[in-house]
Design a protein around this ligand. Sequence first.
Ligand code: ADP
Length: 631
Amino acid sequence: MDNQIVKKSRTDKQCAVTGTDAHYQALVASAAAAILVIDESGVIIDANPYTRTLLGYDHRQLVGNNVECLMPPEHEGKHQHYLMQYLTGGEAKVIGTGRRVKARHVDGHLVPVHLAVSEVQIDSRREFIGIMSDLSALTQAQASVKHERNQLKTIINAIANPVFVRELGGRYTMANHACVQAVGVDSVEALADAFAQLLPKGGRETLNALDHQLTMNGEPVHTDVTLNDGRTFKLAKTLIHYLEGEPYAIVTVAYDATPLLNAMKDAERANQAKSDFLSAMSHELRTPLNCVLGYAQLLMNATSPALEATQQQYVAQIHQSGRHLLALINDVLDLAKIEAGKISLNPSWAPLRPMICEAIDSLLPLARRQTVSLRHTLPDTLNGDIYVDATRFKQVLINLISNAIKYNHAGGRVTVSTRQQAETITIAVTDTGIGIEQDKLSALFEPFNRLAAEQTHIEGAGVGLAVTQQLIAQMQGEITVSSEVGKGSCFAVTFPYRGQSLTEIASSSTPFTLTQPHRVLFIEPDVAQQRLMADWFEDWPLLTLTCVHDLSLAAAMAHTTPPSLFMVSHAVLDDTADQVQSRLGERPMIVVNVPDTESMQSHSDSIVTLASPVSGAALGRAMQTLLEDRA
Ligand code: ADP
């Protein structure tokens, strides 16, 4: 750069203050801004090297030319006017102030610059120094910020969910279209009043408290709010921070959950109606069916006059079909009860080993009929308690083991094993049966879906696994399935477990040995309990079990064919045990499933009470005592 600029733009005083010519030269030559000197008529006298970098002109292309050559076409011819305006004391547009303008590059395109012009008095002459700083990068950055802001605004307005921003001081600063529409206002300024109208009493305070909590710990907040007009919104609130990290506002994204909640209520009502219908139907079917079964059993056992052989066959057929139908109805009833939330489970710690052994024992006859081997591989050390509802857990085991037997081949195997983890235990029922295709596994627990088993001769209704899964879920357990077609399946259930049993289990292995046949009449309204009992009795060949629902049918049956022993569920006792016993005909009696044996005192030595959950062994010992030891 040329000395001229320095020379012409300084005064002696300035020079004395800021340094030498050499300093100025270096400063002007190395400045990252275009510096031009022009005279009063606008002719360029000098330009520094950066002018070329910024605008592409050679030194000689500029010097001697009017500064107008650097102006955008629309300003051409106006420079003289601006200058004159300034010189005559008029408004200074650039001189002494500085502003954003566009400068013309030698190739014609316009470069955004900041132009600062200062006036220099040299003798009687006035000259002007123009300093142009490149604003291309800044302009580009500003354009891209503007573009992004515009894009963000479009996106936020396109969101169907209401979105709004509220500063920590309480002022609403942004609301998208969906928000103003949902609230019924036409601008963000009207939001505060509209919310005050819509929020129920105390609603504002609750939301303020949540906002405060969010500001304190920064954790996004999720909450529901039901407005005075009945609509329910789900709100997700997040803190917005300045770049430096300070929070300054809260953005809330709302979701109108009203249609979904209404649909859910409708679905729940429909589901409830279905469950009520199923439950009522099942009940209506079960009661007469139990009568049919009860009287069929009476007929089968009738001795005077005894039935002929063919009649015996017919009655046996009625009884078998009735039992099958009853099992089906019971499953449907269970499912309906579970779905209606009407099933109450009482989980407690109970010894695991006896429950598995009893389930296996009860299914040995079925396994024998199907020529399938059924065994367990329980370690001797398995003497802990599992946390389940004992009755329902046995129902689960029986469902899984009976499926493993049913969906098996002649000569196949079913194995029950356990795998103990730190605080849980997994009980696996593994079979060598037909297996299940991978793509059907997901439908396994759907009610009434038999996965094409309905095309086989294997009996079933497709409800067992649905019930099993629901019961497991209600007992906070887990079920997993793995299977391979043609090789077999493994159903594994996991529950809490503690290694050392607190219950005395040694006695449960005490065998009981009956020497004569006996008839037992079981009065129990709960079909699941009836089923369990029937399963146990399958393994006690000398005992015949008849189940009835209520005391009056039991009394009628006892009148015609008196049983050797009554088993009465605590649930049907409408009187003291002694009085019920005398109504039924003074036979030995066992009261089962007593919630607390202490509360159940009897004066008769022919009455035994067993606390819930009843184990097969305890029941066996009680029957042994009442039927043979005492006799
Ligand atoms: P059901 O046995 O009465 O049909 P479930 O609900 O117990 O009903 O079982 C549903 C279906 O799952 C069965 O119909 C059968 O196709 C299949 N399934 C269940 N257990 C097994 C198993 N161990 N091996 C192969 N298939 C099975």
